[in-house]
Design a protein around this ligand. Structure first.
Ligand SMILES: [Zn+2]
Length: 181
């Protein structure tokens, strides 16, 4: 089990654009190991439902989704998937605000901070799967929200770039708010 060092804002690499990965590289030992290490890194932390390669300092368009129950969202259902070169090809419906945090953006207590970020309810994406096969599909709900966050990472955008600073809350405040909502 390899836990990689997570890059934390204001590390400038987080605003760097990731490079697409070649089809022939998807199944390479190097990329498989990187995906495994990102999985391990996510698993070793309590928080986080997704991570992009840039967050461990490697600017490649790789996103690992690991939706699972977390301290702030105990009711999530497990869903694991790896997306290479994920891109949004279509949007549907309106933007809906949902509270999100990021393993790369921590508060003074070293826990993630949160803000409500407006994201599209439904998106169409294209990507390469773990076999390097091109896929296109429509996703909605929580997964659509998480994927928009991760695709932003690949474009060097953090959720704090999209919200008003005054709307950001600490992890403990988030737990208090979500209990009372
Ligand atoms: Zn993030």
């Amino acid at each position: 089990m390899t836990k990689l060092k997570i890059r934390i804002a204001p590390d400038p690499i987080l605003h760097q654009k990731s490079q697409p990965i070649k089809v022939t590289e998807v199944k390479s030992a190097k990329v498989r190991k990187l995906v495994q290490d990102i999985n391990d890194t996510l698993k070793s932390g309590e928080y986080g439902v997704g991570m992009s390669s840039i967050q461990v300092g490697i600017p490649l368009a790789i996103t690992v989704i690991m939706i699972r129950p977390t301290p702030t969202r105990p009711n999530l259902k497990q869903f694991n998937k790896v997306y290479f070169n994920a891109e949004i090809t279509g949007i549907e419906g309106d933007k809906v605000p949902m509270r999100e945090g990021c393993c790369s953006i921590l508060g003074k207590d070293d826990k993630p901070i949160y803000a409500k970020v407006p994201r599209y309810e439904k998106i169409r994406i294209k990507y390469l799967d773990e076999d390097g096969v091109a896929q296109e599909e429509t996703v909605d709900g929580f997964l659509a929200h998480v994927l928009q966050h991760e695709i932003d990472h690949q474009n060097g955008i953090l959720f704090t770039d999209l919200v008003d600073e005054s709307s950001i809350v600490s992890c403990d405040d988030y737990k208090r708010i979500s209990n009372s909502e």
